[in-house]
Design a protein around this ligand. Sequence first.
Ligand SMILES: [Zn+2]
Length: 255
Amino acid sequence: MANLEVLTYGFALTTDQGAFGYSTNSLLTVGNHHILVDTGPASRRTVLYKALQSKGLTPDDIDIVILTHMHWDHCQNTDLFRNARILLHPTEMDYSKHPHRHDYTVARYMADHISKMKMELVSEGDTVVEGVKIIETPGHTKGHISVLVDLNGEQILLAGDAMPDGGTVVRGLPYNIFWDVKDARDSVAKMLDTSKVFYPGHDRPFKVEAGKDISYLHGPGKIEVFNSTEGGGTASLTFTVGATRKVNIDTVQKG
Ligand SMILES: [Zn+2]
């Protein structure tokens, strides 16, 4: 019997002052195993900790962490999980130790730290525990992986940034590509062939209905941003939702 919950929901928010890196961090419970998929950015450390506490867990209770990739917004809290085996793809680990000098996305210091933890390298078809499999989904990064879960008979894909949002289904591409466009497109097609239910890297879980329609399954559809007027002045915020998002391939490296 497997159980899948989202600990912290991912969002795809950009602003004219920079982007929020809030990844989806999911908790998968299979038998005695508590498996965390991605650990999120340092800015959400307390939120992650509290989410675990609300399930009656502490970081020490997590025995397996799977990292979809080594971008800072997906792996910065990995050091919290001292008892866990840390699973990631060998290509991702190799690249993270020696990223391109202009690559601002990789948490290189976490690669060094994780190397000293109980790190295990995984690749296509590896079984993590019964009903939980690794599939390779490169393109967004060089060694990106996703996690295919047989959730009591239904195939669910924890996609990471190979499918960061619902819009990926329509675009056929994630909105950020740091390694290769063709690989990224092939990975989206592979994922859509594999499953109909997705836990994306920066959006709420959704199901793909007939064609390319998606329906969200759960998670907050509203975000509150707090500020104060103490001191007499504060920035006001506007929120505009675009119909489409241009794919960022400025930093594509393969070639
Ligand atoms: Zn990423």
